[in-house]
Design a protein around this ligand. Sequence first.
Ligand code: SAM
Length: 342
Amino acid sequence: MENGDKHRAPRNRTLTLTPLEHQRMADSLLRPPLPSKPASLVDQIVCADSLSLFATLPRAFVDLLILDPPYNLNKQFGAETFREMSLAEYESWFESWFPSVLPLLRPTASLYVCGDWKSSVAVHRVLDRHVIVRSRITWEREKGRGAKSNWKNASEDIWFATVSNNYFFDVEAVKLKRRVIAPYRVNGEPKDWQETENGDFRLTHPSNLWTDLTVPFWSMPENTDHPTQKPEKLLAKLLLASSRKGDFVFDPFLGSGTTVVVARKFGRRFLGVEMNEHFACLAAKRVELANDDPSVQGYAGGVFWERNSLNAQPKEISPVTDEHPMLLETGTPYRVTKSKTK
Ligand SMILES: C[S@@+](CC[C@H](N)C(=O)[O-])C[C@H]1O[C@@H](n2cnc3c(N)ncnc32)[C@H](O)[C@@H]1O
């Protein structure tokens, strides 16, 4: 899946690696045995089997855990194939390693676990035994193959849980800007909405039903050849809601690196583990690119925007706002821009 393996259309922006880049990125990856101090793991990508790594990682260093393990589907991840099992077997597989991640979490940590409608049932049963489950987010995938004798599967789940009742959640950071359907006025003035030259919008509280995401596809610069890549906008919501600047985010099923890319863009520390070297190298290249382009598609002016609202979004080169200043210590050359919508 490296550069040159495929003939691509001119407008195809899928990120690839030249053999030289692959070598440079491969040299930058950590491999076991790992250093034992959290400071040596800051902003690192590890190429390894994470299940055998948990026991060797420092205790209580993670503020936010993102788990996007293989769903219970037959799926090829590079040379490895994940084979579908019964729901009970998937639950046992999850239970076989999940408790060994828990000692890595701080008592105030939050966690998010991704799944589809089927696997998320098993995931919930395991989470419920070990942590405090707070919500299930369901998000709409725009892509999906129609089925002849079933409903087209167009949704995925993300469980939100915390280690204790003492946890961080910044609802203001993840509000959604939506077009106003019924613009209500009081004394001629807009009630709870803003009139702009690009339309009427309301800033709404984020619910656990997300319909504003687009799964990365070939003309998006964030797209890679990874078969189950998550949108940056999705990870941006998780990180902004459940971590502070400088917090430690851990993703042991890193894939193409979306979690660590977004962590870099929003000034969080990170550690990612991916067993496939090609994907780990793609992740490392994406983090490098994030230094020069910290924008996240669908996030502008300090808020998330509903789908198909690009023309209404403020034109900024970075997602930085006064409310959520970031990246200064990570050396990104972008200035802090003031949101034009406020
Ligand atoms: C669902 S994908 C994650 C996708 C990722 N969130 C992204 O946006 O690209 C799961 C990833 O976990 C990796 N993986 C599976 N088992 C693993 C293990 N035991 N250790 C490390 N990585 C693993 C697979 O190679 C695959 O890339």
